[in-house]
Write a protein that binds this ligand. Structure first.
Ligand SMILES: Cc1ncc(COP(=O)(O)O)c(C=O)c1O
Length: 365
């Protein structure tokens, strides 16, 4: 199974009703489109619409980071933000540290850009092992470290404050860029952790995020704040994309400004918490010994199954039952995690899903 296959690339078979918040978002975007006059003849400025950047800055302030509008650049999603960050910081052949297990989209980017990868172990509860990273820095000349401090995929881990401070200190000492993937940051239902930017006193954190996981994957709207590399990043966006669509940005900015986003997010977080609990309850009845994470944010659990289970084989059998799992091996370059998998709780809980999940243990042999 290739890493590309793990993205939700095609329309799913979900026939769920569109949530009220998304209906409201769509109305805001339609209004912004109707208000458009001569815009179709001009590109937006490369950094993106100031009203949307202002709204993103207001949300950042709630998470300990006083972002300026000029420090933000709109992108077509977090994947593009990560791409721009790596392009701005690295040259072909440079070494980049990633967490393992970690997001396969980053592994694909590193391969594509001809960058070398060093995997740093990450705990399923507390994320990147900063002590192990410090040791790795003695041996390797590392240019950048890509990390998800809040509700990392696939585990849902969040880094404690002392580990975040240690990471920033290492970045300063070893002259590194820290590329923060914060795509799940706002999904937390108990706490919404501060961004790494909140403790970035030397402007070495490049913050990357988007609305894909908490609002809509189809908006293709993300952002980046590039710290000391920001001007280069905006130039790279200009040369690779010119600009982003203005009416979508303005519609989303209105949705933020009139409180629609905050209200939607409150409901969505509650729904995620409920679905996580339902999934964990069901897993508790499985007749096989498993270890499952129980994150307070993100969209998925990380399961460790008995050693002999091959989750790549299980993937195809589960697909026949209508359940998509993501095999653990996709989250590393080293062939590790073959008995692990990521299981989403973002889907509304239905009887059919519960029954299909109950059949998974019988497919593990
Ligand atoms: C951790 C992580 N970062 C980035 C992305 C890419 O997100 P976007 O849809 O905003 O490009 C994903 C999507 O799966 C993700 O899981």
């Amino acid at each position: 199974m290739s890493r590309s296959a793990a993205f939700d690339l095609l329309p799913g078979s979900d026939k769920n009703e569109v949530p009220a918040g998304i209906v409201q978002l769509n109305r805001s975007i339609s209004r912004a489109l109707r208000r458009q006059r001569g815009d179709f003849q001009y590109y937006d400025e490369p950094a993106g619409d100031p009203s949307l950047r202002q709204q993103i800055a207001l949300r950042a302030a709630k998470r300990g980071w006083q972002a300026e509008v000029d420090e933000l650049c709109i992108t077509s999603g977090c994947q593009q933000s990560l791409f721009l960050a790596l392009m701005a910081v690295c040259q072909q052949g440079d070494v980049v540290a990633v967490e393992a297990p970690g997001f396969y989209g980053v592994l694909q980017l590193l391969e594509q850009l001809g960058l070398q990868v060093v995997e740093i172990p990450a705990s399923a509860e507390t994320g990147l092992d900063v002590g192990a990273f410090e040791q790795t820095l003695q041996r390797w000349d590392i240019k950048a470290c890509v990390v998800s401090p809040s509700f990392a995929t696939p585990t849902g881990a969040s880094m404690p404050l002392h580990a975040r401070a240690h990471l920033i200190e290492l970045a300063e000492r070893h002259d590194l860029a820290i590329i923060e993937d914060d795509i799940y940051g706002e999904s937390g239902w108990l706490v919404v952790p501060d961004t790494l930017k909140a403790v970035d006193h030397s402007n070495r954190v490049i913050h990357c995020s988007s609305l894909s996981k908490v609002l809509s994957r189809d908006l293709r709207l993300g952002w980046i704040s590039g710290g000391r590399w920001h001007d280069d990043i905006v130039r790279l966006k200009l040369t690779s994309q010119l600009a982003s669509s203005r009416f979508i940005q303005r519609g989303v900015a209105d949705f933020f400004a009139d409180g629609g986003y905050a209200a939607y997010l409150r409901r969505y977080r509650q729904q995620l918490q409920q679905q996580r609990d339902q999934l964990l309850d069901l897993l508790g009845t499985w007749p096989v010994p498993i270890r499952a994470t129980s994150p307070a944010g993100g969209l998925a659990l990380w399961l460790e199954l008995p050693e002999q289970v091959d989750t790549i084989k299980l993937y195809n059998r589960a697909l026949d039952e209508g359940v998509v799992i993501t095999p653990g091996e996709l989250f590393s370059m080293s062939g590790k995690f073959s008995n692990c998998l990521r299981l989403s709780f973002a889907h509304p809980w239905t009887r059919a899903r519960a029954e299909a999940l109950m059949r998974l243990p019988s497919l593990m042999a």
